[in-house]
Design a protein around this ligand. Structure first.
Ligand SMILES: *Cc1c(COP(=O)(O)O)cnc(C)c1O
Length: 444
């Protein structure tokens, strides 16, 4: 396949996508919850996930003209699409309004623009409002959304028949918050339900509350290994043991008076509340003294909507790259050069902390263990595919393969770039999970 399609190669399978969808559905079935699932397309560009979402009868969360028009071309029903784009051009809004797609609004400039688009097209628009200003110890800092109190005023005053945004039909509330705290999600949801109650007192119905994405994936089996990695990184950066990252990179911690402050800025690759467990914990959190959140939603007939991206892609993709060279430098660091670049395995995490799988062609007669760094094709000193030093049972040979696992969510596509005018990686899907020879190239 590498000979035919080039290196690196992203290979996907859809079985797990459907299993991940089912895991969320099992939570809503058990709690008798009206749940709308909207797959956040931004986590992976492949169109196949859109067509599979349609087959599974779930929706898609779109964030650009192309993402939205792909879903329309694919024949998704309007109620199965939501537009959450952070930047909404007039052209994008027109496409959404003309197709009756719900638009999540983030600020008053956007609302003004949408009202004018509606007047121009002589149409009405279905909208949700993205809210913010949730209070925990302090206000949760975010650049997204409109403050809750302002939202309330806006909906009561400006959305009525004689109001300045009278072309807009309010459908529901939306928020997407960073981090993975069950408590923060739960409290934000409680506050949103309270807002829905306040709106109801003013004759405004909230049909849904959309709590966005951000459902964890648990990438690692062993909590012990995860803890040990942190301990070893800490020791190494303080000079108490050999470096385990390139140039002893602290992965986001910073030294201060012989200590290290902060913690590595990495995704919680090991965690004990991924996907459906996270959703269930939020739903079973307290609403008030007498009821839980899911009961509060059910009794008000408010639909819960979620926009999972990463979590629906758990175990749906791998990335394979070919070994091109081996070398060492004067500092005695060893390198394995791969036919790929670091934007093809990159997320907002400081490093991808899953060990790659080494696929060798021949086992040498005498195997001497080897340690080195994986480097890529961009002409930069920082061009490391992984910052961690990787151990191999023996020196990889030219033409051997390095396989990165569980990469479909964000790792392959979100930051991929085409510096040096390299081709983008090809994306393959198995036609049939039993028949590994039959693959199809996904175009996007
Ligand atoms: C990024 C994003 C998502 C998806 O987040 P995941 O962590 O991939 O689940 C959903 N909704 C909005 C508004 C987002 O910005």
């Amino acid at each position: 396949m590498l000979d035919e399609y080039g290196s690196p190669l992203n290979i996907h399978s859809i079985g797990e996508f459907h299993e991940n969808i089912s895991s969320f559905k099992r939570v809503s079935d058990r709690l008798n919850l009206d749940l709308g699932i909207y797959f956040a397309r931004k986590a992976n560009k492949c169109k196949t996930f859109v067509s599979e979402a349609k087959k599974a009868n779930i929706g898609v969360d779109t964030a650009s003209f192309q993402e939205l028009s792909d879903c329309l071309d694919e024949g998704l029903a309007p109620e199965k699409i939501v537009l959450t784009a952070a930047i909404k051009s007039e052209k994008l809004l027109e496409l959404a309004v003309n197709n009756g797609i719900i638009i999540m609004l983030d600020n008053t400039d956007e609302i003004e623009l949408l009202q004018s688009v509606c007047l121009k097209l002589n149409k009405r628009a279905k909208v949700g409002i993205r809210i913010s200003g949730f209070l925990f110890e302090d206000a949760l800092p975010t650049r997204f959304g409109i403050d809750i109190e302002e939202t309330k005023k806006l909906l009561i005053q400006d959305f009525k028949v004689e109001g300045k945004y009278n072309q807009l039909d309010f459908q529901g509330l939306h928020f997407h918050i960073n981090g993975y705290s069950v408590q923060q999600r739960a409290l934000s949801l409680v506050r949103s339900i309270q807002l829905a109650d306040e709106l109801a007192e003013n004759g405004i119905q909230t049909r849904f509350i959309d709590i966005g994405g951000g459902y964890l994936v648990n990438y690692l089996e062993s909590e012990e290994e995860w803890d040990e990695f942190h301990t070893e990184l800490y020791r190494a950066v303080l000079g108490k043991s050999r470096p385990i990252t390139y140039k002893n990179d602290p992965l986001g911690m910073y030294p201060h008076n012989g200590e290290l402050l902060g913690s590595p800025k990495v995704y919680p690759y090991y965690n004990d509340h991924p996907k459906d467990i996270f959703l269930r914990q939020i739903m079973e959190s307290k609403f008030d003294c007498n009821s839980k959140i899911y009961e509060a939603l059910n009794s008000r007939k408010i639909q819960l909507r979620i926009e999972p991206g990463r979590s629906l892609l758990d175990q749906t993709g791998i990335t394979i790259a070919e070994v091109m060279f081996r070398k060492s430098n004067s500092q005695k660091d060893s390198f394995v050069g791969l036919a790929m670049n670091r934007t093809q395995l990159k997320s907002s995490s400081e490093d991808f902390l899953l060990d790659p799988i080494f696929v060798s062609q021949i086992k040498p007669k005498e195997a001497t263990p080897f340690e080195g760094y994986l480097v890529g094709a961009y002409c930069l000193e920082q061009e490391l595919i992984l910052k961690r030093k990787i151990s191999f049972p023996w020196l990889p040979a030219i033409g051997d393969m390095i396989c990165f696992v569980n990469t479909a969510g964000y790792m392959t596509h979100f930051y991929e770039s085409q510096a040096h005018l390299f081709d983008l990686a090809k994306n393959l899907f198995f036609e049939n999970e039993e028949n590994f020879d039959k693959v199809r190239v996904d175009k996007y």
